[in-house]
Write a protein that binds this ligand. Structure first.
Ligand code: SOE
Length: 396
């Protein structure tokens, strides 16, 4: 028997193997660094754990042929190409998964959608709202032809955060008034850390904003089911130049950002992101406070959700630690028995399963390119606010 949350991929079960299985879908991934590896791992495992259309890892795309071939062998890809346009020309490629730096997202996604390929693109959707607009237009047109698209805010596939979303949607916290989100890393705290594409506006679009605040803003809107209507904040670059291949280069993006966000629901959120938070390796922390209770989540304890229920009898009120590993919890039925915890990488496999479910059922997988553009609008408004001395900027 397969169980899954509504709109989520069903867990694999031999009994669910269809009499005439649908066509196997060919996948191409563009990029083989950190996200390319995480996505390759997901495509290699998705059919073992989810009852979704079968996929084959057919093409890995990258610029450096010397590194590309061993990467393809290691990550399980049948073929390689150094020109991304190969994904457009091959009829055996049904899905294009874009894991490149942000400046390539729009060109690759629009071309792939226009060529009839389903597209998954890593967050943030784009390096600007204008680019996001072109991607949304292409996604809407492609969707009318049964071609799906999705942006990879993978933390929506964490069972603990999917459970938090379900509890909030069911009203278990009552009226949500206050949210606090921080996403802190420290891989740039050393001023001698070298220059990289993530520190150049022309390739990354922004720094901690697009890299980390995009996750935080998506989570706020996902958990509350409400959009950000206004924001005020500031950004900072602590180390203005770093050593590149040809000498010192200016850092042209933000290192950290702080903001206050107003939501359509009336709730107010605080946001803090940084890649200089010494000692915080990958600390996404979310707190939601409502009239009937509160929730707290910490990515460094990603199988747990702290829940305070104000409706509990006074003598037993207290924050309980929910270990989110029950078969009835979101996504868990695809994995292990109760108490066997998941890791950060499982979110990418679950994300791939939900994307495949959307393709098979011709329903728009979430988060859509429209949701990705909503995030870009908030990030752009934060930068506008920072330029205007932290003035409140409304998001239309
Ligand atoms: C680097 O900051 C990074 O890899 C992000 O790009 C990812 O989206 C995040 O999940 C982990 O940290």
């Amino acid at each position: 028997m397969t169980t899954s949350s509504p709109g989520h991929a069903a867990a694999f079960s031999p009994a669910s193997v269809p009499a005439s299985p649908p066509r196997t879908l060919g996948v191409a991934v563009v990029g083989y660094s950190f996200m390319g590896r995480a996505h390759s791992n997901a495509w290699r495992n998705v059919n073992a754990f989810y009852d979704s259309p079968r996929v084959e890892q057919r093409l890995l795309v990258g610029r450096d042929a010397h590194q590309l071939v061993p990467a393809a062998q290691r990550l399980g890809w049948a073929d390689t190409a150094t020109d991304w346009r190969a994904v457009l020309e091959r009829d055996d490629i049904d899905i294009v998964d874009i894991c490149t730096p942000g400046h390539l997202h729009a060109e690759l996604a629009v071309a792939a959608l226009e060529a009839g390929k389903h597209v998954l693109v890593e967050k943030p959707l784009a390096n600007s709202v204008a680019e996001a607009d072109t991607m949304v237009a292409a996604a809407v047109a492609a969707r009318a032809r049964g071609v799906q698209s999705m942006v990879g805010f993978n933390y929506r596939r964490l069972p603990a955060l999917a459970l938090a979303r379900d509890l909030l949607a069911a009203g278990r916290l009552g009226e949500v008034r206050q949210v606090r989100v921080s996403y802190l890393q420290d891989w740039l705290a050393d001023e001698n850390a070298p220059m990289s594409w993530r520190l150049r506006r022309e390739t990354a679009g922004s720094g901690a904003l697009g890299d980390l605040a995009s996750h935080a803003v998506d989570q706020i809107q996902f958990l509350l089911g409400s959009t950000v209507t206004a924001i005020s904040g500031t950004v900072n670059t602590f180390v203005p130049e770093r050593m590149g291949a040809d000498g010192m280069e200016p850092v042209t993006v933000d290192d950290a950002a702080w903001a206050t966000l107003h939501l359509a629901s009336g709730a107010i959120a605080s946001l803090e992101v940084s890649r200089f938070a010494t000692g915080r390796r990958n600390a996404l922390q979310i707190e939601v406070y409502g009239s009937l209770g509160s929730l707290r989540f910490d990515l460094e304890r990603l199988n747990e959700l702290q829940y305070f229920d104000s409706t509990a009898p006074g003598d037993v009120q207290g924050s309980s630690r929910i270990l989110v590993t029950e078969e009835t919890h979101p996504y868990l039925s695809a994995w292990w028995p109760t108490g066997h915890t998941l890791g950060w990488d499982h979110t990418f496999t679950t994300q791939a399963a939900d994307f495949l479910t959307g393709i098979a059922s011709s329903t728009a997988p979430q988060p859509s390119f429209e949701a990705g553009r909503d995030v870009q609008r908030v990030l752009a408004a934060l930068e506008d606010s920072a330029r205007a001395g932290s003035a409140v900027v409304r998001i239309t």
